[in-house]
Design a protein around this ligand. Structure first.
Ligand code: GTP
Ligand code: MG
Length: 538
């Protein structure tokens, strides 16, 4: 399916707006992409145009060139009367003169063309019914408004008759415009004031045009000087009349569309090149990871002394911390830590730039992480310290203590049970054998056993109880590790979500690019014997 150029422009505009809003392209790039020319000769004839109910439009032909070369004189000669002001004042014309058949209805669009600078003359010569002739002001004099006017009209022109004079055929400004606009129009050349011209100049001009990619430029030697009759003006006129057919207009329109699509495609391709690639995000993640390991190492070195102070503080204020009544706990994340973290984020931004990605989309989310680092650190260290103080020691320590507590109760009980048993058995045996009931030795030993089974676990428990300071230290360290992980994963998820967003933008861009490729190229071939073929820049 071939996509309308206007649809493609609209899609490009929407894409540009979004990409610019999200920061993937900067304002300058967005401006370049939004400067797409939707003007064309057919926009002067809305409702007509090819394919619409057999309607067509006239061929738009304009005389263009430097000041004083004789553009107005040529249109006057064509009209057979002075419809445009011609004279010795430089520049003479400061307006556009339209000369067309009275049946032609042109819709001039005030937003595109300055209506106050238009002078219209009509005729009723049916042989030139399908042509709108335009005399343009110069574009090389000091009059800047003239140049602007020419540039505003240029996209609406099908065929440009580029007029030169013996003095001005090598004019630099005119030449540059010709090269820039070359591909967009069909070109005819009028070497005017030929009454004063020389064949060497003609050859020179012809050679220049060939260098500018006109294989066999069509140049007419014309003269508007009074009394001068031997020129090729009628050939110029006849060529234009021959061109004014529906087929030629259709070919010109298609060529125009093709060129505009090509231009759009070039712009989009340039944007795509600047847009950065998907692997860049993977590299960025890897770079961030190693960079974060370095930063964590640095932070840990810097925190060595502050975490000891904080552990002392927490050990002294354990009760306040656990009852949530402490309101000014020590903060590890000081100016130094914030500066190190800011350095890491800045380095990340430099890496983003070096990887060819736009840094703008990263700036805002990264600044949120940058600002929240201190809070994450504070919350996590407090939480872990609280947990560490509430559940002292590590898992093994806690298991060991639990066992000891159990021993503290069960061992004396067992010893007592054993002693009880022995007392009972001793008493029973002495009754039976009429022996001495238990001796002093037994009393001492059993007391000692009970005391030992109770005291040993008691002392072990006492001694192996982790100190509050150590607990707090462990809590702070756990909090630090958790904070590092949270910050790391926050940065990573920013990279990941932006990678997704970037991927989506590239996908949309590629869709537009692909649509630019669907053009009506098969209809674009202009036969070598077509009157148009020599008029187009190769
Ligand atoms: N000798 C000679 N003079 C010409 C010829 N054509 C135009 N002139 C004169 O050249 C001068 C400029 O002619 P214009 O027709 O006003 O030139 P223009 O290109 O419209 O100039 P601008 O409106 O300033 O851009 C006038 O004095 C004309 O009489 C020509 O073929 N031969
Ligand atoms: Mg003029």
């Amino acid at each position: 399916m071939a996509y309308d150029y206007s649809d493609l422009v609209e899609q490009t505009r929407r894409w540009t707006e979004q990409a610019n809003e999200l920061g993937w392209i900067n304002a300058e790039e967005a401006l370049k992409l939004s400067e797409l020319d939707t003007r064309s000769p057919e926009t002067l004839f809305p409702g007509s145009g090819l394919g619409a109910n057999n309607l067509t439009r006239p061929l738009i032909v304009a005389f263009m060139g430097g000041t004083g070369v004789g553009k107005s004189s040529l249109i006057n000669r064509l009209a057979g009367k002075a419809i445009a002001k011609a004279g010795i004042e430089r520049p003479t014309s400061r307006e556009v003169t339209l000369y067309h058949h009275q049946s032609v209805a042109i819709q001039l669009l005030p937003e595109e063309l300055p209506l106050t600078k238009i002078n219209i003359s009509q005729h009723n010569d049916d042989t030139k019914k399908n042509i709108v002739w335009i005399d343009m002001p110069d574009f090389d004099s000091t009059e800047q408004t003239n140049k602007q006017l020419v540039l505003q009209w240029l996209p609406h022109i099908d065929v440009l008759i580029y007029v030169v004079s013996p003095e001005r055929y090598r004019d630099d400004k005119a030449w540059r415009l010709l090269i820039a606009e070359g591909a967009r129009h069909a070109w005819l050349f009028a070497f005017n004031q030929w009454d004063r011209g020389q064949s060497g100049q003609y050859e020179d001009f012809n050679g220049q045009l060939q260098k500018a990619s006109f294989v066999a430029p069509v140049i007419f030697k014309t003269s508007c000087a009074e009394g001068w009759v031997a020129d090729e003006f009628s050939g110029l006129e006849a060529t234009i009349v021959n061109l004014a057919t529906e087929h030629v207009i259709e070919q010109l329109e298609q060529r125009g569309l093709h060129l505009r699509k090509k231009e759009l495609k070039n712009k989009l391709q340039n944007t795509e090149k600047l847009f950065g690639s998907e692997p860049a995000f993977q590299n960025l993640k890897v770079q961030w990871h190693s960079q974060w390991i370095r930063t964590v190492k640095q932070l840990n070195q810097g925190f060595e002394w502050p975490i000891k102070l904080a552990a002392n503080y927490y050990a002294d204020h354990a009760a306040d911390l656990l009852s949530h009544s402490a309101n000014s706990n020590p903060s590890l994340w000081d100016g130094w830590a914030q500066a190190r973290f800011a350095d890491a984020i800045d380095e990340l931004i430099v890496n983003i730039d070096q990887l060819g990605l736009s840094v703008l989309p990263f700036k805002q989310p990264l600044s949120v992480v940058r600002e929240s680092a201190s809070k994450i650190m504070q919350t996590q260290t407090e939480l872990s310290t609280r947990m560490a103080l509430a559940n002292p020691g590590n898992v093994f320590q806690r298991l060991f203590l639990k066992g000891m507590r159990l021993c503290e109760i069960t061992l004396p009980l067992c010893a007592m049970a054993w002693v009880g048993y022995k007392v009972f058995m001793g008493y029973y045996a002495s009754n039976m054998a009429e022996n001495h009931y238990l001796g002093v030795d037994f009393a001492i030993h059993s007391s000692l056993l009970i005391a030992m089974t109770w005291l040993i676990p008691y002392f072990i428990l006492k001694k192996s109880q982790p100190s509050l300071k150590n607990n707090a230290l462990m809590g702070i360290k756990t909090g630090l590790t958790t904070s590092y992980c949270i910050i790391d994963s926050q940065v990573e998820s920013i990279i990941e979500s932006l990678a997704q967003e970037h991927k989506e933008q590239v996908k949309q861009l590629l869709v537009i690019l692909e649509r630019c490729d669907y053009s009506d190229d098969q209809d674009l071939t202009i036969e070598s014997d077509s009157p148009l073929s020599r008029l187009l820049m190769k």
